[in-house]
Write a protein that binds this ligand. Structure first.
Ligand SMILES: Cc1ncc(COP(=O)(O)O)c(C=O)c1O
Length: 417
């Protein structure tokens, strides 16, 4: 292989190995290259504590336990370790045990699941809600259940893999439009005027931290009679006056047919949920395989999530703190002249550029100094915009943010100067 670092995971998926139990030979050669192995050491590093902003990891760099400031977890509002949430989860665990031990239609629906779904539907101001055991699986199940061969699913080119895979599973035609570009959406929809169309958007795009241009994109969808499905994985509980998400932020909730969300990010648990009109939710109970053929979410998680929703919505304390921290951190990064792209949210990309060598060198140096900030490489992002993705949290103290900023300055800014 000429230079292994010229290749990525994007290059080895087509497998011509006659033995289906073996990966392709060129993949094995690539993955054993020392530079590639070094880059892979950043994957699957073990956290030794809860995903708080002050945590500890077992570093793959040297197998040392290392205290770190964690700017990588999705625990945006600190709910995964909130004392009231933990207490609710403990009580639910004692009463209901660890597992729902059944799929929802047969024996896996507990009063807890009904309660969480009811509260989420009420929160999102929709008729009803379905819960899924994973956020990824929920997009798969919702899109596969709603759409069919002959239909069209139009999605942003930066859509999450769960949206793309859900669209594939549905058999509908997948149509991608240029990121956040209403004119391109219109051009794509024009080719499919005679079809049933669903436009899938994300409230906050998870690699760039920008918001979808909902008003303009919704106008185009309306013009073509398309339904709108918005995945608010990275915006629910944070955007909008009441935390209902980007649709609330733009004052457009009544124009959104389907509001999707994950329970693993700001909610601090795990799972997915879809809110929509009662007829569609009822229909999905029959046709969404990820719901119908999969065990219901674990009771202690559901008990914790009911409390998490209550804590996050009883006032704006947590999200106010998140925005204060985000503003502080971003303005300091900007004043160092760092490239944070089009970021408008608590997800802050720190764009390094085309050099994979720099990306991994910086990641190593920052981790050794006690900052856990994971490198995001091609093909997850374009090769010329490799980056770190900072996840802000309401839990961060100013002292932690200053330490993290000092490390970023020492490692990245000094290297540039
Ligand atoms: C937009 C979006 N949808 C769905 C998911 C999947 O959610 P989960 O990780 O909870 O399975 C993610 C995960 O990052 C996401 O960013």
């Amino acid at each position: 292989m000429p230079d292994a670092t010229d290749f990525s995971l994007a290059d080895f998926h087509l497998n011509d190995n006659p033995n289906v139990l073996e990966p392709p030979a060129d993949y094995l050669e690539w993955i054993s290259d020392p530079d590639v192995r070094q880059a892979f050491t950043f994957f699957e590093q073990q956290l030794l504590t809860a995903p708080r902003t002050r945590s500890e990891i077992l570093s793959n760099l040297d197998r040392e336990r290392r205290p770190i400031i964690n700017l990588t977890s999705y625990n945006y509002l600190g709910l995964s370790t909130h004392p009231e949430v933990l207490q609710a989860a403990r009580e639910t665990l004692d009463r209901y045990g660890l597992s729902a031990s059944g799929a929802p239609l047969v024996s896996g629906t507990f009063d807890l699941h009904v309660e969480l779904a009811r509260r989420l539907a009420e929160f999102k101001q929709k008729d009803d809600c379905l819960l899924f055991s994973s956020g990824y699986g929920g997009n798969l199940g919702a899109l596969q259940g709603m759409m069919r061969k002959g239909d069209v699913i139009a999605m942003d080119e930066r859509s999450h893999k769960s949206v793309i895979d859900g669209a594939t599973l549905s058999g509908a035609r997948k149509v991608f439009f240029a990121h956040n570009d209403p004119e391109d959406l219109a051009a794509q929809l024009e080719k499919h005027r005679d079809r049933r169309i669903l436009v899938v958007l994300e409230g906050v795009y998870s690699m760039d931290g920008d918001l979808c241009r909902l008003p303009e994109l919704a106008d185009v969808a309306d013009e073509y009679g398309a339904g709108i499905y918005i995945d608010e994985a990275h915006s629910t509980l944070m955007f909008g006056e009441n935390g209902r998400g980007v649709a609330e932020h733009f004052g457009m909730e009544d124009r959104i047919g389907v509001s999707y969300g994950t329970l693993s990010k700001s909610f601090g648990g795990v799972g997915g949920f879809i809110c929509a009109n009662a007829r569609l939710i009822n229909y999905l109970k029959g046709y969404s395989s990820a719901w119908n053929f999969s065990c219901s979410p674990s009771p202690p998680v559901v008990g914790g999530l009911i409390k998490a929703l209550e804590v996050a919505t009883r006032d704006s304390t947590l999200r106010d703190r998140l925005w204060t921290n985000t503003e502080y951190f971003r303005s300091r990064l900007d004043s160092m002249g760092l490239d944070t792209g089009d970021c408008e949210s608590q997800v802050i990309p720190l764009i390094i550029g085309p050099s994979g060598e720099k990306l991994f060198r910086y990641a190593t140096a920052m981790q050794k100094r006690g900052l856990f900030l994971q490198p995001i490489d091609y093909p997850a992002v374009p090769a010329h915009r490799r980056r770190f993705r900072i996840s802000m949290s309401s839990q961060l103290e100013e002292e932690d943010m200053d330490r993290a900023l000092n490390i970023i300055e020492d490692v990245i800014v000094r290297d540039r100067d």
